[in-house]
Design a protein around this ligand. Sequence first.
Ligand code: ADP
Ligand code: MG
Length: 319
Amino acid sequence: MSEFKLINILNSKKITKEILVPIGDDASILKFGNKNMVVTMDSLNVNTHFSDLESPEVIGYKSLAVNISDLAAMGALPKYALLSLTIDKKDRLNWIKKFNIGFKKLSKKYNIQLIGGDMNKGPISISITLFGETDNKFLQRENAAVGDDIWVSGFIGESFLGFMKKNNANFKIGNNCLNEFIKKHDYPVPRVELGLKIKQFSSTCIDVSDGLLLDLQRILKQSTVGADIFLDKIPIPKKVKKDCNKNISLFFNLITGGEDYELLFTSNKKYRNRIMHLSQKLKIKLTPIGEVKKHKSLRIFDKDLKKLNLPNKLGYDHF
Ligand code: ADP
Ligand code: MG
């Protein structure tokens, strides 16, 4: 059973004119007069997304970050949030104060106004509904064209390394201590500015939440195309590059681990220079990692252009 199959049971087929983007993308888009409202919802649950020992500040920050990232992937600007908090019986006054510090770090940065929510008792769970806006140009998962370049922002796998280190202080790759990646795991920076800018050049976009390969496959499926990806082009952290090149399963762990919250997007080749220029202007690394293809599969090649077998799991699936 996969998450995709379960969601498909619920998927309502009826689409009215006002629903510009229905179920199936990073967020939905609704037409309201002359404006387009973009809405997304994501939840974090204790023992699934974080342990009971996790810092409430990190939880507050991350629960908003993952939602902002979904709006960034649509090329939208976040504006208003609803927050549903479920907390257990313990005295959680301090917990909520600290949660709020993390939440506010991001809501202030993006000028997001909390407009309501809900409070419940039970195992800790945070659910956020985030509203944003966009003009008539926005990014979906379904318009990748054969020949498009496939780009990714930042580095992939930092969050995986941070997660491993956080859960096992002895975790090492080569002689690297990897402590700096914990911050990348705890405080991912959603790519709002990038989403707003690249929409003029891009045919599709998704945020890398569940793993580079799985999220790329979502674009491919919804666009009914395939892709060729080149392993040595994928921007993994320099510190572990040598080790990953020697150990393919470690490399695959980095690109299927997820929680990178980088943007993965496709663009016509004619925009290459402009995208590189944008990368310099925003000071965000942007890397072309492959090409959209007519064949319908996802293929990965090593530096000698040898086709590799895909790993069994392309990314994180809850079920
Ligand atoms: P993301 O990882 O970008 O947050 P998800 O994988 O959570 O996206 O969801 C994929 C799509 O399925 C989204 O469009 C989401 O709105 C929709 N979806 C997920 N769960 C449900 C549900 N319980 N009912 C209706 N739609 C859902
Ligand atoms: Mg998403």
